[in-house]
Design a binder for this molecule. Structure first.
Ligand code: HEC
Ligand code: HEC
Ligand code: HEC
Ligand code: HEC
Ligand code: HEC
Length: 190
């Protein structure tokens, strides 16, 4: 009896979350999503970390040259420094934003960061091929190291992807090399 109730709740819960996800989480797909900047649960700043403190992007986004996703770092990466760094920048006052990190870590709760860039499910995109071909993070994501809150810099429409692929191939052709960036439908839709 109790188990059935739990199962039923799980099924209904999943159904609802699909509905809610369809209605509210992804209203921006497909099409031009440049400028998208959802609010984040903790005031994490790329300007402070990757800019002022010159941290390498891949210190936190460790998978960018290995696979499809760059990845968002777990709290344990943050706590490497924030077990000791607990105050507001240039102050002796504790930072309420850093306190949220310690609290979430203690409770074993991951931070629910809001996703900014997201391809529709019918598009295939892989970070590693781009990063290993020498396309910088900034070419696609803008000057992230100057942003307090990340904003989507490019449209990432089909035309946007294709324009870079065509330019890249034209550059290779001028040097007598074969095209490397695909323009056929099935490379990006499979
Ligand atoms: C100290 C760890 C850390 C470093 C270093 C770091 N990031 Fe991030 N990055 C994060 C976290 C945490 C998030 C999720 C919160 C947010 O969106 O701000 C994130 C989010 C992002 C996003 C948005 C992801 C999405 O939801 O679409 C991009 C793009 C990004 N980072 C690029 C970069 C680039 C480029 C650099 C180097 C210039 C960099 N990051 C350095 C931790 C880091
Ligand atoms: C390599 C060390 C290091 C790592 C790793 C690191 N930080 Fe920081 N963080 C700093 C430094 C340094 C400051 C600035 C402190 C200062 O200027 O006094 C800072 C400041 C902050 C602040 C600003 C607090 C405020 O009140 O303005 C927040 C929030 C923060 N970090 C969150 C994070 C999160 C989230 C992560 C993991 C994704 C992370 N940090 C990873 C070193 C680090
Ligand atoms: C050729 C363009 C391009 C380059 C270069 C690129 N990205 Fe991305 N990035 C994207 C796209 C497109 C997405 C959305 C991917 C998806 O939804 O599957 C994305 C998503 C992300 C995300 C969100 C989570 C994830 O992994 O999907 C992070 C974080 C991120 N990029 C960081 C980086 C960092 C750091 C670099 C450099 C090491 C980088 N990106 C290089 C285009 C790029
Ligand atoms: C700024 C330039 C640039 C942008 C923007 C870009 N690409 Fe690429 N892409 C490249 C280059 C360069 C290569 C060739 C990599 C190589 O030589 O292996 C490539 C290769 C690919 C490949 C074949 C390799 C693989 O991973 O299977 C796919 C698929 C692909 N891109 C999808 C996309 C999609 C989807 C987008 C848009 C969301 C996009 N690209 C945006 C430069 C770009
Ligand atoms: C370099 C990668 C790439 C290639 C090659 C590519 N597409 Fe796309 N396509 C995308 C991306 C990214 C989107 C989603 C963004 C958008 O809405 O523009 C998309 C969206 C679409 C859509 C949905 C459009 C909409 O507005 O709902 C269709 C249909 C489509 N592509 C068909 C094709 C066909 C047919 C080809 C071959 C002639 C092709 N694509 C080649 C990346 C690509």
């Amino acid at each position: 009896m109790q188990l059935r109730t739990v199962l039923l709740a799980a099924v209904v819960g999943t159904g609802l979350s699909f509905l809610v996800a369809g209605l509210t989480v992804d209203p921006r797909l497909p099409g031009d999503n440049s400028g998208y900047q959802p609010a984040q649960p903790i005031a994490y700043s790329h300007r402070v970390h990757a800019g002022e403190n010159k941290m390498d992007c891949q210190f936190c986004h460790t998978a960018a040259e290995k696979g499809r996703h760059a990845g968002i770092p777990p709290l344990s990466t943050c706590l490497k420094c924030h077990e000791k760094i607990v105050n507001r920048p240039n102050s002796k006052e504790p930072s309420p934003e850093i306190a949220k990190l310690a609290k979430a870590f203690k409770e074993g709760q991951p931070v629910a960061w809001n996703r900014i860039h997201r391809m529709p499910s019918f598009v295939f995109f892989d970070h590693s091929r781009h990063v290993n071909a020498g396309v910088t993070c900034q070419t696609c994501h803008g000057e992230v190291q100057t942003m307090d809150a990340v904003v989507q810099a490019r449209s990432f429409t089909m035309g946007d992807c294709l324009n870079c692929h065509r330019d890249h191939n034209a550059g290779l052709k001028a040097r007598g090399m074969p095209p490397a960036a695909p323009t056929d439908c099935s490379s990006c839709h499979h």
